[in-house]
Write a protein that binds this ligand. Structure first.
Ligand SMILES: [Zn+2]
Length: 482
């Protein structure tokens, strides 16, 4: 804590000297791995000129006019991160543990929760190359490193941790350029990650700040007190970067020193604004559309367990957005339309894994199909894969009731056997005469047969369906009512 305070004071002194020179005089002092102070720069993201900013703003305005609603929050976005740990040739300088990388992902997710953006660690690789580790923004070493290490920049945030020369804490590139260029991504001094040594910049918010640039946000002090500032309406103008912690007023209103896009110490920056969220959304939709995909309701499994004539369905989602719930539907053997069995409530929007179960008892013999119909709160829906459940024939055989009964002139009934055999089914009148042979054939075990009764040539009356197999005889009565 004392160390942090010390470095904050030093940083304030540093900025005091820099006032009056260029706005991007960004000298800071932070702790090196051995505790000795290092002088460096807070952020080396290439500056954007007023002309470039005006061009981007005009483009975004047109894009928003053509894609209304792009700025609105209406679901979660998931950004996978490929971490590239680039160390010195000695294999130790610049090392970051997997646990600290995971914490960096958590810091980003916490910071961007305000924007409903979730991050996940997709991959981690380590490379020993002192030249690459020391690369500065725009250098050939940087381009060479990224060309070698970048993983699918259109769909993945490539996050490099290095040991940049000049004491740089990090940099990024704005999205308004080719979507799949390998130079995209963020570079951070390895010791700025959570649990790193770069006090007071070691809580992972160098990553937050640089990812802020990655999604299209400028510094809060962009253009100083002059419109359009950072092109966001609800961040106050700010003449120069703020270092340390505290409060200040440089353009007639409180400086947005708690904003992630200022130069404040990690411990004192914790805010994005609604205006920044909207600007980030439109930029991502316009410039990084491949990456900008809403988290769907992602069903990772759907299984059934059968116990006699009872079935239990279990399914798991890895994430959900706006999920009202699931209809469990069944297509009974011999039928042509799915029926609703029941409804299971969803979890709305979540990136946590969710488990669901649903049970049904008293299933008839036969092969039934089941599926889930996932329904969004706004009415959107999606069907799962179908799964097949075969309920075997208990005992020697099954003879299901004819339907409809009474009938005119047609009805159907189903039967099944538990061992393969020849079966004959007949329609018999009250005098015991066979008036129709309804079925004759060899029937496989557990395969339900649907049999049609045609009474169009028969008088009204009560009839018997008689079914004779090799292992059983059974019968049921039906009434033809004309
Ligand atoms: Zn920056």
């Amino acid at each position: 804590m004392q160390l942090a305070t010390l470095f904050r004071r030093v940083a304030l002194v540093a900025v005091a000297f820099s006032v009056g020179s260029a706005v991007n005089a960004q000298n800071i002092i932070y702790a090196g791995p051995d505790g000795a102070p290092i002088e460096g720069e807070r952020c080396a993201t290439p500056a954007i000129s007023p002309q470039q900013q005006a061009a981007v703003d005009a483009f975004l305005e047109n894009f928003l006019a053509e894609n209304p609603g792009t700025q609105n929050r209406d679901g979660f976005y998931l950004i996978p991160i490929a971490y590239h740990i680039v160390r010195y040739d000695n294999g130790t300088t610049g090392e970051v543990s997997d646990a600290d990388i995971e914490e960096q992902t958590d810091v980003l997710t916490a910071a961007f929760a305000f924007m409903d953006i979730v991050f996940e660690t997709a991959s981690i690789d380590r490379t020993d190359n002192t030249t690459w580790a020391q690369a500065q923004p725009g250098s050939s070493a940087e381009l060479e490193m990224k060309a070698a290490l970048a993983i699918d920049p259109a769909s993945t945030l490539n996050f490099y941790t290095t040991v940049p020369s000049g004491g740089l804490l990090g940099w990024a590139y704005f999205p308004d350029s080719c979507e799949s260029c390998t130079y995209h991504g963020v570079v951070c001094l390895y010791s700025t990650l959570p649990n790193g040594t770069a006090v007071p910049y070691n809580l992972g918010d160098t990553g937050t700040h640089e990812v802020g640039h990655f999604v299209g946000l400028y510094h809060t002090f962009q253009n100083g007190c002059t419109p359009p500032g950072d092109s966001v309406d609800d961040t106050n103008y700010e003449a120069i970067p703020f270092f340390g912690c505290g409060a200040r007023e440089t353009c007639g209103s409180p400086d947005p020193i708690e904003n992630f896009m200022d130069y404040t110490d990690d411990a004192c920056m914790f805010e994005f604004t609604p205006g920044q969220q909207e600007r980030a959304y439109v930029q991502m939709a316009a410039f990084r559309p491949t990456m900008w995909i809403k988290v769907p309701v992602e069903l990772v499994s759907f299984n059934a367990t059968l116990n006699g004539n009872a079935a239990t369905f279990e399914w798991v989602t890895s994430s959900e957005t706006n999920n009202s719930g699931f209809e469990v539907q069944m297509l009974p053997d011999g039928r042509s339309e799915y029926q609703l069995l029941g409804f299971v409530e969803g979890h709305g929007t979540t990136t946590e894994v969710q488990h669901y179960t649903y049970s049904v008892v008293g299933l008839n013999s036969g092969t039934h199909m089941f599926r889930l119909k996932q329904i969004d709160f706004d009415g959107g829906l999606e069907y799962s894969q179908e799964i097949e459940v075969t309920v075997g024939v208990p005992g020697t055989h099954v003879l299901e009731a004819a339907y409809p009964n009474p009938f005119n002139p047609e009805a159907t009934f189903r039967f099944g056997v538990n061992t393969q055999q020849n079966v004959r089914a007949e329609l018999v009148d009250v005098l015991g005469r066979v008036v129709n042979t309804l079925f004759e054939g060899n029937v496989a075990a557990d395969e339900m047969q649907t049999v049609r009764i045609d009474g169009s040539g028969l008088p009204s009356g009560t009839y018997m369906i008689r079914i004779v197999g090799e292992t059983f005889v059974d019968a049921q009565s039906v009434t033809l009512l004309k």
